[in-house]
Design a protein around this ligand. Structure first.
Ligand code: DLL
Length: 433
């Protein structure tokens, strides 16, 4: 089902004229209300009125995470606090959290976008949504929650954690849609198995997974293990939270960007030059309907490509490919660029490997070392030493062949790598310490 058929299937030309109008209004608003933007525009000798076409957007300066940090906590808000009804913050593993605000209208917009996203992911009014994204400052829990209610589905606000209780709820309440980070969804399946509950026998039809990167191979693994169709949802607190883009369950091929609210660009992260459709680079987003916390050309640091081809689902919205990594997640190991997601793909294509792994990077005698710790199934782990050595060798060779980097591979016993209730920790880089 397409929740908002008018906007989601709009002819390109009509969509672009709405985008331009909304962009112009946003620019006037931020110029008048946010000293940061006024100063930035003035520095670049550009006034909101100079933006006369969508192409002119490229003349505007970028906004970075650093800019948001410098205006911590409320300096980027474009409305008086009287009009702010909600505050969220991104945890961020380093430095200050980023604080974002919403007006009542923003909350309304977000609910609509999340209803659209859930519906693209296969949810309908009749569904029961088991929402295991964390509730709190993180946008995942409440984002899905409001969207589910807007859609008219029944939402179980279970949040992250208390995993055993979650399994009982899944068994007794019979939810049909699972929303969680992919890593927590896998953890739920494991916990269920330990309690004698076969996840596949539960009533789940669709899973709407996001908040962290997960590869195509991970999708296959999850669909098989969880017995559902898995779709990808993308978003970030700075832009609104979840509900910036989402895959449709029909194609499961690229995430439709809700372009009536966000303008997406891809740039070369080194030079800032805009890149054409189909080329990989950093995703830059401009919000065009947000009131409390609009962002102009926000550099997400997420790497993807945009694809304008029509989709079988009927949506005319441009699609972004699955995020392949972040510009700041890229590991440089002995000069070779390595994204954790590339290693994930290699691992998931090998039988007997569990979807739980961690990359450890060290520096010994001025040389980088990469250790890949990955879990194997219990059956394999209890196998003869020779079999384990062969498997280690296979992984090492596949990584070397695909990525050109040498790794030490350590097979770990099932469930020995720490599980997370939210975003998984995939990389431990000791070189920075
Ligand atoms: O993770 C919002 C969200 C909640 C999205 C629930 C989807 C589902 P932040 O905590 O601000 O917001 O983190 C944003 O997470 O810049 C990406 O690097 C990463 N991320 C989010 N979704 C995906 C995804 C939420 N589907 C940061 N694939 C983003 C890959 C993702 N990375």
């Amino acid at each position: 089902m397409i929740f908002n058929i008018e906007y989601e299937t709009m002819p390109r030309e009509a969509l672009e004229s709405i985008q331009l109008r909304r962009l112009q209004a946003t620019l006037s608003r931020v110029y008048a209300a946010v000293p940061f933007y006024r100063a930035k525009f003035d520095e670049n000798s550009i006034k909101p009125g100079d933006v006369k076409s969508l192409e002119d957007l490229q003349r505007l300066p970028f906004t970075t995470k650093q800019d948001l940090r410098e205006n911590y906590p409320f300096g980027m808000f474009a409305v008086p606090m009287d009009n702010v009804v909600r505050i969220h913050a991104s945890s961020g593993t380093t430095g200050q959290p980023t604080v974002v605000g919403y007006t009542a209208r923003d909350i309304n917009t977000w609910a609509e976008l999340m209803a659209r996203a859930l519906s693209a992911g296969g949810a309908t009014r009749g569904d029961i949504i088991h929402n295991a994204y964390g509730y709190g400052l993180f946008t995942g829990g409440l984002g899905v929650h409001y969207g589910a209610e807007r859609l008219g589905a029944s939402v179980i606000p279970v949040s992250g954690g208390n995993t055993k209780r979650q399994v009982i709820i899944m068994k007794d309440f019979g939810p049909t849609i699972l929303t969680a980070t992919p890593s927590y969804a896998l953890h739920l399946a494991e916990a269920a198995e330990e309690m004698g509950v076969t996840f596949k026998d539960l009533k789940f039809k669709f899973g709407v997974f996001g908040a962290e990167p997960w590869s195509e191979s991970m999708r296959r693994e999850m669909e098989e293990k969880l017995g559902l169709k898995a779709v990808d949802i993308y978003g970030l607190s700075e832009v609104i939270g979840p509900g910036v883009s989402v895959e449709c369950h029909e194609a499961q091929k690229g995430l439709h960007m809700f372009e009536d609210h966000f303008i997406a660009e891809i740039i070369n992260p080194e030079t800032g030059e805009p890149l054409p459709y189909g080329e990989a680079g950093e995703l830059v987003i401009t919000s065009i309907t947000k009131e409390a916390f609009p962002v102009i050309r926000y550099r997400t640091r997420d790497i993807t490509t945009l694809n304008p081809e029509p989709c079988v689902c009927g949506r005319t919205l441009v699609r972004m490919n699955k995020v392949s990594g972040r510009t700041d997640d890229m590991l440089i190991i002995r000069g070779v660029n390595v994204f954790p997601s590339q290693i994930e793909s290699v691992l998931m294509d090998i039988d007997g490997i569990e979807p739980h792994y961690q990359l450890e990077v060290d520096r010994k005698d001025n040389l980088d070392t990469l250790t890949v710790r990955v879990e194997v199934s219990e059956q394999i782990f209890s196998d003869e030493v020779k079999g384990l050595q062969q498997l280690e060798h296979r992984i090492k060779t596949d990584i070397k062949e695909t990525l050109g980097v040498s790794a030490v591979v350590k097979l770990a016993e099932a469930k020995s790598i720490a599980r997370s209730e939210g975003k998984a920790v995939r990389v431990i880089d000791r070189r920075k310490i």
